[in-house]
Structure formats: structure tokens, C-alpha cells
Design a protein around this ligand. Structure first.
Ligand SMILES: Nc1ncnc2c1ncn2[C@@H]1O[C@H](COP(=O)(O)OP(=O)(O)O)[C@@H](O)[C@H]1O
Ligand SMILES: [Mg+2]
Length: 615
């Protein structure tokens, strides 16, 4: 960062303002704790100022001076007349003053407690709000954003949304300390002006030294934030691929590389904490040394010295001790900002719209397909820029079965994902009944269009939850069981007493690949869509099961629009129309027989598979 001391740059200020808005921050939420702080500071100041008459009485050995005292003349009036004239008056006065001190401190402690309760409520409410909104924002990013992200990094950054709230707490802390400091400073000045001046003189020196320490802490915080992200990414990555780690016996190596990064994190965190700890002694020694030196000068240069002056010094030193934590607030605030800045910077990135690949929702309602999907000169590249689709133009008629075939990497999945709006397509390149697909609202599209892709996404919830995910009115169990039977999941039903309550495990690992595919298929069928896109959705099934599943789909979907990508060409015999892709281009299209007689790419694919099956 080129400007480490520059307080908060425009990007960060924008993020903070934005976060305070979504947190529902209101000046009252800061004013209430501040008012309570003011009250407690006043009570604290009162309890300290009551030490003045006590120290005075100590040096004069009597409370007589109270009668003339401008500041404390009111104290004796609290005693009943009898007590004032009694010979034990000073004892009563001493007790009264001590009682008042206790009262003031009790009030202070209660005020602090009330403030703590309020602040806890406020902060936790803010935290929940900002995290929820950040989560919602991140979920709004396009699929392509997630393709390039590690889950660990995202997880960590979501947690960082709290940084903006923490900063609010820092501001409040700062104001609180200033108030408390002012209260004490008044008493200190009342005690001794020259001593107070020394504290003022030492102060800039402290700030200077602390500034250096703060800068180092900020640097370490930045390094620490990066290490935190890497640690989390590595853990989640390894945990998500445990089967791979095991299959290659990499447990030891995985643990070792985890230990490496933990060691790095440990070093950085330790240095940062040590640096933070260094501030206290440095600060305290600086202040104490100066105050004592000043007092020595005062004593030596004064014309007369009464030991009673030492009582004043004792109270003053006590106050210096007490004001030190308050003085720290300047450094603390700078440091809080320093610690939060790397996180706020990450949040600023999250909040800029650059490279978020948001697929925006249009405002037209999609009511189903009448004519068909028209693809016009569609070109597409992923983030790395290499073209994946080049000028594809095709018709996908409504109420018919269209198949897409081609070698692996030809761009079939990309083509399907663009139609399913998982990635954004150029304007005017995909039309539904002559209306740009980008004009339709995504929820209305997904109500009538379902896709089963190569990758199966299963939640770590029950089979029922997985099937009805996102449905507003979940159907009865009977319907679900019929559907499962249709996709040949009877074995799953037979083996379990209550199959719908079966928990599928993280990413569905308790199931075979074929079972997971069929659950995904059942989930799509349950939506009863007008347009169904199947991207190698039955690739993990054996041919007998695959044929039965295909029959079920055919039964349920006759007369609707079906787009099927399949590797096994034999399953596409019944297709009305076949699109053949090669290296991102549509090279042939037509019916099965027409394509075979062309003796081109399709015939080549067909023969290659025929060979394979014969072997
Ligand atoms: N999310 C992605 N990010 C970057 N490149 C991708 C992504 N998905 C696919 N690709 C690339 O796009 C090309 C086409 O892939 P894909 O559409 O999956 O082909 P097919 O489904 O025909 O096998 C491949 O070269 C692949 O490496
Ligand atoms: Mg594919």
C-alpha cells in the first residue's frame, strides 16, 4: 500500500458508509452509550475529586478548611447539625466522603454495565445485518465469479464484513476515552497546573513513538490477513477432496503443508501481538518518568517544601495511571483502523462491481416457449479470454427433443449454461420466441426451465429437502416416492425404512454417482418445467437403467422442449434435431439419418463409439 498512514481513502470511506447504512446504524445508537459514558465519566470524576479534600485533610490534619472551600463547601451540609458540632466531626466527615466515593463508583459501575448491555445488543444486531447482506450480495455474483474463487477466501471475507461494525465500535471507544480523559484532566489541572503541563508536553512524544509501533502492527495485520485467507483456503480445499488425499496417501504431506502454513500464521500473529504488547510499557514508562522528573524539579526549585505536597503528588500519579488507558485511545484508534484496513479493502473489492459477472435479471415475465429458442451468432469466452464458443447460430424448436453432441471440450456445456443463464451472454444472441433472453426475470425463467448438469449439487440435508429445494409448495411424499421410482431409485427406497428422511451427507458422498445423478434428475422433473436441459445427466448410469430413465423422461415430458447433451450417442436416436459442435463452432445439424449420410463430424463420432462398443 503506497500510503500506509493516509487515514482512510475514498474507497474505504464509501464501504464504511455503505456498511453503516446496511447495519441500520443511527446516531442515537452511538449517542446512548456516549451519554452513559458521560454519566459514568462524571461519576468517576466526582469520585476522584472527592480524593482532593481527603488529601488536603491529610496534609492539614483537619477538615476545617472545608468551611472556606469553594469546591467542597457543600460536603459538610450533608451532615446533620448534631454531627457537625460533635467532637467526632472529622471522623463523620471522613466516613461521609468515603461513602460518597463508594456511591459515585457504584453509579459508575452500574452505568458501565447498562452501557455494555446496550452495546452488546447493538453490535450483535449490526453484525447479523451486515453479514446477512454481504452473503446476499455474494450470492448475487455470477457463476463465473465463483469459478475463480476458493471457498476459504470467500468464507473469510464474509466474516470480515464485521470489520466495518468494529470500526464503529472504535469510533465510539475513542469518543468515550476522550470524554473520560477530559473529566480526569479537569481534576488534574485543579491539583497541579505544572504537573499537568508535563503530561501535555510528553504527549506528542508518546504519539510519535506509538505511531511507529502502529505502522508495524498494520504491516503485520496485512500479512496476517493474507495468511488467514491462505490457511482457510488450504483447509477447505483439502477437506473437500479428502477422497483424493486418501487415494494418493497424501495425509502426511497434507498435514505437513497445513503445519507449514500454521507455523507461518503463528509467527505473524505472535509478532503482531508482541508489538501490541510493547505499546503499554513504552507508554507508561515515558509518562511516569517525565512526571516524576518534573516533580523532582518542582521540589528542588521550590522555596519551601512541605511533605504534605507529596500527598498531592500521590493523587496526581494515581490519576496519571488512570488517564493512561485513556491516552492510549489516540493510538488505539489509529491501530484499530490499521488492523481493519486490509479487511475493509477486501470488502471494497467485494462491493465494486468489477469482475463479479453478475447475470442481471430482466423485468419481463417468462410464460413458456411457443416457437423455440433461437441462437444468433453466439460467441463466448470465460474470464481467461480464450474463445469457447465462436459465432454459433442454431434453432432449438419448442416441444421437441434437440440433442447436442461433440467431443469433450467442444463447448456443449458452455452452450447449455448460457441458455440456462448461468453465465451472461451478449445481448441479442439468445432469443426465446424472438425476445432477448436477457429481458426475462431470472425467477420467472427458472420457474419454467430446469437444468441437470454434469456436476451434481446436493445439499447436506435429507433426500426430501434436496428434492423440494426452492419449491414454494412442497408436494406430498407420495408424489416424491413415485418420482423416485420413475428414475429407478427403487433400491434406495427398498433399503431404507424412511428414504425421504435419509441425510445425503456433505456433497452427497453417501450415494453412488448414478444415484446422485438420478436425484438431481428427479429434482428437475419435480419442477415440471417447460424447458428441460440435460447436460450428460445420465452419464453415470448403465445402459439399461439409462434407457428406463429416458423412457420416464419421455413419458413425463412429451410435447415439451428438451435439450439433451449426451456422450452416448445411442441414447439420442429419438432426437428430433441434432446439433454437432466442434471446437466451439456448430459444424453440422439435422436429423440422425441426415447427419449420418453427411459422412462428416457426426458420422466420425458415431463410428468412433461404435468401434469402442465392439471392442
Ligand atoms: N468455468 C470455466 N472457466 C474457464 N474455462 C472453462 C470453464 N468451463 C469450461 N471451460 C473451458 O471451455 C471449453 C469448453 O468446455 P465445455 O463447454 O465444458 O465443453 P464440453 O461440455 O463440450 O466438454 C474447454 O476448453 C474448457 O476448458
Ligand atoms: Mg460438458
Amino acid at each position: 500500500m503506497s500510503n500506509p498512514r493516509g487515514f482512510l481513502d475514498a474507497d474505504i470511506r464509501r464501504v464504511i458508509r455503505h456498511y453503516w447504512r446496511i447495519a441500520g446504524a443511527h446516531p442515537v445508537h452511538v449517542a446512548i452509550p456516549l451519554a452513559l459514558t458521560f454519566l459514568t465519566a462524571a461519576l468517576e470524576g466526582a469520585s476522584y475529586s472527592l480524593l482532593i479534600p481527603l488529601s488536603e485533610a491529610l496534609s492539614e490534619n483537619s477538615f476545617d478548611f472545608l468551611r472556606e472551600s469553594k469546591l467542597f463547601g457543600w460536603v459538610p451540609t450533608l451532615l446533620p447539625a448534631g454531627a457537625l458540632s460533635s467532637p467526632r466531626r472529622d471522623a463523620y466527615l471522613a466516613l461521609l466522603i468515603l461513602g460518597l466515593v463508594v456511591l459515585a463508583r457504584t453509579g459508575k459501575v452500574l452505568g458501565q454495565f447498562g452501557k455494555a448491555l446496550y452495546v452488546h445488543w447493538r453490535d450483535e444486531t449490526y453484525y447479523a445485518r451486515v453479514q446477512e447482506r454481504t452473503f446476499a450480495r455474494v450470492l448475487g455474483f455470477g457463476r463465473q465469479y465463483f469459478d475463480g474463487q476458493s471457498l476459504g477466501r470467500l468464507d473469510v471475507e464474509l466474516g470480515w464484513s464485521r470489520a466495518a461494525v468494529d470500526l464503529l465500535a472504535s469510533v465510539e471507544d475513542f469518543l468515550k476515552n476522550v470524554l473520560s480523559m477530559v473529566a480526569k484532566a479537569v481534576v488534574m489541572v485543579a491539583l497541579s497546573v505544572p504537573l499537568s503541563l508535563t503530561v501535555v508536553v510528553v504527549f506528542p512524544a508518546i504519539v510519535l513513538v506509538m505511531g511507529r509501533i502502529s505502522r508495524e502492527i498494520e504491516r503485520l495485520a496485512r500479512v496476517g490477513a493474507a495468511v488467514e485467507v491462505r490457511t482457510k483456503s488450504q483447509v477447505l480445499d483439502l477437506l473437500a477432496t479428502v477422497p483424493l488425499v486418501k487415494a494418493f496417501s497424501q495425509e502426511r504431506q497434507a498435514t505437513a503443508s497445513y503445519a507449514d502454513i500454521l507455523g507461518e500464521a503463528r509467527g505473524v500473529t505472535m509478532r503482531r501481538r508482541n508489538m501490541t504488547a510493547l505499546r503499554w510499557p513504552v507508554e507508561e514508562i515515558l509518562v511516569l518518568a517525565t512526571v516524576v522528573a518534573m516533580q523532582a524539579v518542582l521540589i528542588l526549585t521550590a522555596e519551601s517544601f512541605v511533605p504534605g505536597d507529596l500527598a498531592r503528588l500521590a493523587v496526581f500519579l494515581l490519576l496519571v495511571q488512570q488517564i493512561l488507558p485513556n491516552l492510549k485511545c489516540f493510538g488505539d484508534f489509529g491501530m484499530a483502523v490499521a488492523e481493519q484496513r486490509p479487511k475493509l479493502r477486501a470488502l471494497a473489492t467485494l462491493f465494486s462491481d468489477d469482475e463479479k459477472y453478475v447475470v442481471s435479471s430482466g423485468d419481463r415475465d417468462f410464460h413458456g416457449l411457443r416457437e423455440g429458442i433461437r441462437v444468433r451468432d453466439l460467441s463466448f469466452a470465460y474470464a481467461d479470454g480464450t474463445p469457447v464458443l465462436r459465432g454459433v447460430s442454431a434453432e432449438i424448436p419448442a416441444h421437441a427433443l434437440t440433442a447436442v453432441v461433440g467431443e469433450s471440450g467442444a463447448g456443449k456445456s458452455t452452450f447449455a449454461d448460457l441458455i440456462a443463464r448461468f453465465y451472461d451472454c451478449p445481448a441479442g444472441s439468445i432469443l426465446l420466441d424472438d425476445v432477448d433472453i436477457r429481458a426475462f426475470s431470472l425467477p420467472s425463467l427458472y420457474r419454467r426451465m430446469a437444468m441437470v448438469s454434469q456436476d451434481v449439487w446436493l445439499l447436506n440435508r435429507t433426500l426430501r429437502d434436496n428434492l423440494v429445494f426452492g419449491l414454494q409448495e412442497p408436494p406430498e411424499d407420495r408424489t416424491l416416492l413415485d418420482l423416485l421410482a420413475d428414475v429407478q431409485l427403487d433400491t434406495l427406497l427398498r433399503d431404507h425404512q424412511r428414504p425421504l428422511d435419509l441425510v445425503l451427507g456433505d456433497r452427497g458422498v453417501q450415494l453412488s454417482g448414478g444415484q446422485r445423478q438420478r436425484i438431481a434428475l428427479a429434482r428437475a422433473l419435480l419442477r415440471d418445467p417447460d424447458i428441460l436441459i440435460l447436460d450428460e445427466a445420465t452419464s453415470a448410469l448403465d445402459s439399461i437403467v439409462e434407457r428406463k430413465v429416458a423412457e420416464a423422461i419421455d413419458r413425463r415430458f412429451r410435447g415439451r422442449t428438451l435439450l439433451v447433451i449426451a456422450h452416448r450417442l445411442s441414447t439420442l436416436r429419438g432426437a428430433d434435431h441434432i446439433l454437432v459442435f466442434k471446437e466451439g463452432r456448430l459444424v453440422e445439424e439435422g436429423s440422425w439419418d441426415a447427419l449420418l449420410s453427411l459422412r462428416g463430424e457426426f458420422a466420425r463420432l458415431y463410428e468412433a463409439q461404435f468401434e469402442e462398443e465392439r471392442v
